[in-house]
Design a protein around this ligand. Structure first.
Ligand code: BYC
Length: 321
């Protein structure tokens, strides 16, 4: 009786042993195709999130309440664009084509963080994004500075430094509103009410429902599970809300003395999956704005290409002379 024995590729065994010893993988190293695909998926989604993430805040640049706030907000939005560009470059080191990634986003085929499909109706939402969205992003991304793929890990180091500045500017906006008039404090509370649950969803489905986590953790792409990071975020953020004198909109939130952490209420996962499927409050608006910006930027890409071609022709002529 013949039996087919699955041969373990020795390269795969060496690859896993290298990861288990906390080694990094660099672009020219051998890697399993599934590892490469997972990284392209995660890094491109991350890049798209940064690019779409410019919209909810960009929408307030012309209405920032002072010159100082406007300068800080412009710088923050510009930083997000920069993060998107580093991340597209990191994905390119894995053989992904930037045109394909950009097309997937424009055509609405690519995922990006659900958080950016929510509206920013008041100035307090800008404070809440900086405090909570960047706070959640930092919680998720600090461990990514140790992710196993070198170019992604290195991009994250700079991204995290900039995100921590963003978070402070958001918290400072919230502090000023919370210590301002009764109307301003109400605005800050309402923004916290709007952003709290969507921020908890940023960490992805609970561990039992996360199809990618186990493999990504074995490959040390992810260093902690979605639920671990979500818990860390809650534990860090509750005292910050208390300092602001604001209330987290969760009647089940309670300190658990025994476990040394906060217990919190049920996350409305049906809302998460609806937003993920394209049915959030702003999904269509975000995609349309991105498409319009891409179309309106066509002349810049053409000019840059014409300039690059002219320089290349000049260099070739000089080399031939
Ligand atoms: N939104 O198996 P799972 C920022 C998807 S930008 C949308 O747990 P994974 C900022 C997930 O992709 C912040 N989709 O997946 C910018 C997967 O779908 P596919 C962005 C989500 O990858 C501007 C499926 O659900 N940060 O900081 O192991 C201004 C199953 O999930 C979401 C990053 O991208 C979501 N919230 O874990 C301010 C960080 N959650 O691909 C701030 C890097 C899950 O199988 N990414 N999905 O079809 C990660 O750490 C991981 O990809 C995730 C998900 C934790 C997000």
């Amino acid at each position: 009786m013949s039996e087919t024995v699955k041969q373990i590729d020795p390269r795969e065994a060496a690859f896993q042993a290298h990861l288990d010893a906390d080694g990094k993988i660099e672009p020219k190293d051998w890697m399993p195709e599934a590892y490469r695909k997972t990284l392209v998926r995660q890094i491109s989604q991350h890049a798209h999130s940064e690019i779409i993430g410019m919209q909810p805040e960009g929408n307030w640049i012309t209405r920032a309440p002072s010159l100082r706030r406007k300068v800080a907000l412009i710088a923050k939005v510009q930083d997000e664009a920069g993060h998107g560009l580093y991340l597209y470059s990191a994905a390119e080191t894995l053989g992904a084509s930037r045109d394909d990634m950009v097309d997937a986003l424009i055509e609405g085929k690519a995922k990006y963080s659900t958080i950016f499909n929510y509206p920013t109706p008041t100035w307090a939402d800008i404070g809440a994004i900086g405090w909570l969205v960047d706070g959640a992003a930092i919680t998720n991304q600090v461990p990514l500075c140790r992710t196993s793929y070198g170019p992604y890990a290195r991009a994250m180091v700079r991204v995290c430094k900039e995100e921590s500045f963003h978070q402070r500017q958001g918290y400072e906006i919230m502090l000023q509103l919370a210590r301002g008039s009764a109307e301003q404090k109400k605005m800050a509370q309402e923004a916290l009410n709007r952003w709290w649950w969507p921020c908890l969803m940023m960490f992805g489905p609970s561990d039992a429902d996360s199809p990618n986590s186990a493999q990504s953790m074995a490959w040390r792409i992810k260093r902690h599970s979605n639920d671990e990071l979500r818990q860390r975020f809650v534990d860090q953020t509750v005292p910050q809300a208390e300092f602001l004198g604001l209330t987290i909109p969760d009647p089940d939130l309670k300190w658990n003395e025994e476990k040394g952490r906060y217990d919190f209420g049920a996350i409305p996962w049906e809302e998460f999956y609806a937003v993920l499927k394209g049915n959030g409050p702003c999904n269509r608006q975000r995609a349309a704005a991105r498409r319009k910006a891409h179309e309106e930027g066509a002349w810049v890409r053409e000019a840059a290409l014409a300039h690059a071609e002219k320089r290349a022709a000049k260099a070739a002529a000089a080399a031939a002379a």
